[in-house]
Design a protein around this ligand. Sequence first.
Ligand code: SF4
Length: 493
Amino acid sequence: MGCGIFGAINYENQHVFPYVYWGLRAQNHRGHQSHGFLTFNDNQFYVYRHLDLVPRVKTKALNEWFGRLPGSVGIGNVRYTTSGKVDDASIVEGTQPVVAESEGVRLALSFNGNIVNTSALKKEIDKYFSGFVYHCDSDIVCYKMLLALKENKDLVGAARVVMESLDGAFSVTGITGEGDFFAFKDSHGIKPLCAGHDPEGKTFAFSSESVSLDMNSFVRDFELNAGELVTVSKEGFKRIQIIENPRRAFCAFEYAYFARPDSRFNGKYVYEIREDFGRNLVKEFDGVVGAADVVMSVPETGDDSAMGIHDESGLRWERASRRHRYVTERAFILLNAERYSTIDKKINILGSKFAGKRVIVVDDSVVRGDTTKVIVEKLRKAGASKVYIFVTFPRIIGPCFYGIDMSSYGELIGSRYTAEEIAKLIGADGVCYQSIEGLVSASGQSKDELCLACVNGEYPTPCAQRVADLMKKRFDAGYKENGRIYESEDAVP
Ligand code: SF4
C-alpha cells in the first residue's frame, strides 16, 4: 500500500491524538482512500477508521475525540490500495491501523509498503489462525508478527521474523497489548520512516515523512536505518539494528512524485532535489531548451523542477497552469476512469498564454500517458507551436512491487514504447526523460542506496525479481495480464 504512517507517545500521560491527527493530515497526499487512528489506554485499544481524507476536526470538538481516542500512545494511517480489492466495501475492510488478537496476545499496526510473497504467508497464517480473513498486506504483517509474539518471542525476535520472512517493502509503527510502542523498516529501507520529538522532550513520534514532524513543531531526530527496530517501552528507548544489509534501496520515486516537497530525506529537502532535476534536464537537453520560449509545470510536482530549469537556463517559467486547491485527489493514484476526468477538473491551463509559443512542459513522470496526452491536447488547442514534455523520473519500464500503484507491464506506456514513440502517441514534439544517472546524483545518494527497479528492471528483493522476470517473459510473448502481477496466483510463491 502506498500509505502514510504516524505514531506518537507522550511520557507524561497526555493524550496524543492531536499529534497523530496533524501528523496524518500533513501526509494525506500519501493516501486519500481511507484514514484511521488507534490509541491505547488502560489496557485497551481504541480505534476509529473511515473512508476518504482525514476530516477537519474543530478545536472545540477535541474533547469528544479524546473520549473516542484516549491515551498517551497512538498510531494512524492514511492509505491507498495496492493490494486487495478496490471496491468500497473492501477499502473499508482494508482500512488501517489493523488489530490482531489471539489467546490474550494483542497487536496493532500501521503499515506502509507492499508484500510480494503473500501466497505462502497467507497459507501459513491460515494454518495457525482459524477464521483469518485477508483484506490486504497489513493483515499479513500483523498476523505474522502476532504469531511470533505468541511463540514467546520478544519485540526484537518478532520484528526479526517479519524482516526475514517477508519479501517486499514495509515501514511499520505499532503498539503491543502491553502498550509498548515501536517502529521498524524492512532490510532494504524501501519506504521512508523518520523519528522526532517535541522541544520539551515529552513526546516522541515516528512518521513516514518529516513534514508531519514539522507540522507538530517537533524536532527531527533521525531516519530509521534499513533493518532497524526502535522501541519505546517500560525498559526505555532502544534502537536495535536487526539486520545488516549492505544493499539499501530507498524508493527513488519518492523524490520525483510521492513525497511532499517540504519533506527531508538524507539531509536534503525534496524540493531542492526536484530543482536539481530541472537543472539536469537543461544540461541533458540543452538544444531543446535553447529553442524554447517558455517552460510550464504540471502543478505541483513539476513546479520545483520548472524552477530549476528557469534557474539554470533563464527560460521564463510561465505560471499559467494552476491547480484547483480543493480537488485533492492525486491523478496518478486514481482508478483509470476517475484519473482521466479528474486531471481536467484539477489543472487549469491558461491556453492563451501559450498561443504561438514553443513550450516545455515539466512533469514528474509518465506512467500510463493518459494525463500527459490531455495536457498536450490542451496546449495544441490553445495554439502552442511546439510542445516538449520534460520528465523528471526516467522512463518507467516495469511495475512496482513495493507500494506504488503501477502493477503490470501492460499499463505502463514506457514498457512498450520508446521516448520517440511515446511522443508520437501523445501528440508531443518530444518526450525528454531525465537520465537515471541524473536522478541518482541529484538525490545525493549512490545507486546502491536507491530502488530504481521500475526504471532499470533490477528489483532489490529476490521474490520480486523472479516474478518480474517471469511476467515480463510472458508479457513479451503476448500473455494478457489480469490485474496486479504480484497478485497472480500462478506467478507468486
Ligand atoms: S519500483 Fe520504482 S516506485 Fe517502486 S519502490 Fe522501486 S523506485 Fe519506487
